[in-house]
Write a protein of this length. Structure first.
Length: 157
């Protein structure tokens, strides 16, 4: 496969990956502002599902097509600053996602399901988890966007 097509597939994976993160943040923001437990519960389930369907596959495809494009273009991944820098940033986002964002989403899902079932939970607990989740997602967006800038502008060359 030609390098141009691998780059195209790599960029499509970036769109899927980053676009899903943005959309999850958007829908959770709207749901949280309603303060309606059922809407929040439905939304967090959708965000978790979309991570499985789009974010994780997008991340895998992003890495695979990036690796293939780098190999085909004869660019050594660990000796090319903008590729290595982007890989490090991408791995950082993966660590944040798996160690912080996913557990926060799971906690929100569990607490909201409990509230729907009649368990007494203070909305303040939901707000605390949501605000932490939102901050981590915003950090992930910023880090991913920085990696995108490095890759696009090839900084440092």
């Amino acid at each position: 496969m030609a390098t141009g097509y691998l780059k195209l597939l790599h960029l499509l994976a970036v769109v899927i990956f980053l676009g899903n993160i943005f959309s999850g943040l958007f829908w959770m923001h709207l749901a949280f502002n309603t303060k309606d437990i059922k809407i929040l519960s439905h939304t967090i389930k959708g965000v978790r599902r979309s991570d499985i369907l789009f974010t994780i596959p997008g991340a895998l495809l992003l890495f695979i097509f990036g690796f293939l494009a780098s190999s085909k273009g004869q660019l050594p991944m660990f000796d090319t600053g903008w590729i290595l820098g982007s890989i490090v940033l991408f791995l950082l986002v993966g660590i944040i996602f798996s160690s912080q964002i996913v557990p926060a989403q799971r906690n929100l899902d569990i607490i909201l399901n409990g509230m729907i079932s009649g368990e007494a939970t203070d909305f303040g607990e939901i707000k605390k988890i949501y605000l932490k989740w939102r901050m981590l997602v915003l950090i992930s967006i910023a880090v991913t966007t920085f990696a995108f800038i490095l890759m696009t502008l090839k900084i440092p060359t």
